[in-house]
Design a protein around this ligand. Structure first.
Ligand SMILES: Cc1ncc(COP(=O)(O)O)c(C=O)c1O
Length: 430
């Protein structure tokens, strides 16, 4: 038997306190394959949460690509190597024609750190705008964007937070045009405030799916007004595609395409190497050159031959196995089944999502009071029945389902049948 308390004590001793884990009794995972995970006691779990093993845990083609390249050469980008060039050609072919170049890094945090400074270098302005419920990573600069744990010493004077869009409780009181207009007004206020303080606006940085904000249901074009306000003031848009990117949303390769805009800068991470630590900033050549000229920039591990081999294999598997089409099909099927479940369980206040990123907001009443503690019990109940998912969004009352892209209709049935059982077995209470 795996001794969880012994492992937790060892972690605290060796890694320090406050290292985050999922679940009241964390899971001790030792093996993964496709959509399945096994713990140290041999128990099998359906993984409905992990977006990093994008094309499936331990996909053979990715494993082989990593092993093959690691056996030939791995070094940094101060030597010439075709791997990084081949990969950036293949990657940028998936974007709008204006996005032609990239900087390779090792994490989403680094990508966003580079992107923020790139926006400053390209615009000559210094101000940043982000939402007030976001997370874009953990460097000293990027943590400034997040309100979850305010930085020691306070926020930078050149940063403005705008309210995160919430389709259940829309700004302006109503969904539709009023909501989009109210959001635009918030961004216009932030732009005016940065201008008045002499910073000017360098960028609005957003996840185009607002993944960490609870993935609100937003129509295409929702962001148009906000984007126009930023561009009028000389700023650019950074689309953080760390979560929606690489086809997860089913309809497109990238979340910004689904929202109907082309950003000046895109950041990528988590799914890019199927678990291998590789990330990137994609931009037009002039925008990227402004950053290179201002900062130089060298990243020892970023874009090394093994990382590029892993990332290239991921791109190929997405295409070869038609995983975007799969996300579209299985995602639509799962959403429909979730909506059926909603008619049976009134605690499900809202069902939303796109492709293989969907979930349900749990509420206590018609006033949509978030059922935070109940949602936690549901997540634990699912885990007890061998299904791994999690929660996020407003008051952490939204179930977050974001499985590897090889998730099938059969997997969706198991997920939703189990959710039905769990919702039936746990009495709704605050
Ligand atoms: C939207 C978003 N951007 C960036 C990051 C940071 O990525 P990393 O943990 O690879 O630094 C995260 C991590 O959760 C994220 O959710």
């Amino acid at each position: 038997m795996s001794d969880i308390s012994e492992l937790m004590a060892r972690r605290e001793r060796l890694l320090g306190p406050n290292v985050s884990t999922f679940y009241r009794d964390p899971v001790h995972i030792v093996r993964g394959e496709g959509v399945w995970l096994w713990d140290a006691d041999g128990r099998k779990y359906l993984d409905c949460y992990n977006n990093v093993p994008h094309v499936g845990h331990c996909h053979l083609k990715v494993v082989e690509a990593i092993a093959r390249q690691a056996a030939i050469l791995n070094t940094h980008t101060r030597y010439l190597h075709e791997g990084i060039l081949d990969y950036i050609e293949a990657l940028t072919a998936k974007f709008d024609d204006s996005l032609t170049s990239a900087i390779m890094v090792c994490s989403g945090s680094e990508a966003n750190d580079v992107a923020l400074r790139m926006a400053q270098a390209a615009t000559g302005n210094t101000g940043f705008i982000s939402t007030d419920m976001t997370y874009h990573g953990n460097t000293a600069l990027v943590t400034q964007l997040s309100t979850r744990k305010p930085p020691i010493g306070g926020y930078l004077p050149n940063l403005r937070h705008v309210p995160a869009p919430d389709s259940v409780r829309p700004l302006g009181g109503k969904p539709g045009a009023d909501f989009a207009r109210a959001y635009t007004v918030e961004v216009e206020k932030a732009v005016a405030s940065l201008d008045a303080a002499g910073h000017g606006v360098a960028c609005l940085i957003i996840c185009p799916f607002f993944a960490n904000e609870g993935f609100p249901d937003l129509p295409k074009g929702f962001l148009d007004g906000a984007i126009a306000a930023v561009r009028r003031a000389g700023g650019v848009i950074i689309a953080d595609e760390v979560q929606p990117g690489f086809g997860r949303i089913g309809s497109h390769w990238w979340g910004h395409e689904r929202m109907g805009f082309v950003p000046e800068i895109v950041t990528l991470g988590k799914p890019m190497g199927n678990g291998h630590p590789v990330a990137a900033v994609v931009a037009g050549h002039d925008t990227l050159s402004a950053f290179r000229n201002a900062f130089g920039y060298f990243n020892t591990f970023g874009g090394n031959p093994v990382s590029c081999a892993a990332a290239m294999a991921v791109l190929q598997v997405i295409d070869d196995e038609c995983l975007i089409e799969n996300a579209r099909d299985v995602g639509a099927y799962a959403l429909e089944r979730m909506r059926d479940l909603q008619t049976k369980h009134s605690v499900i206040g809202d069902v939303r999502g796109a492709g293989l990123f969907f979930g349900a907001e749990m509420v206590l009443d018609e006033a949509m009071t978030p059922a935070t503690a109940y949602t936690e019990r549901v997540v634990e109940g699912m885990k007890a029945r061998g299904i791994l998912l999690n929660r996020l969004g407003f008051e952490y009352a939204t179930l977050k389902i974001r499985p590897p892209m090889v998730f099938s209709r059969e997997n969706a049935d198991l997920l939703i049948d189990t959710l039905d059982e769990v919702l039936t077995s746990i009495p709704v209470s605050a």
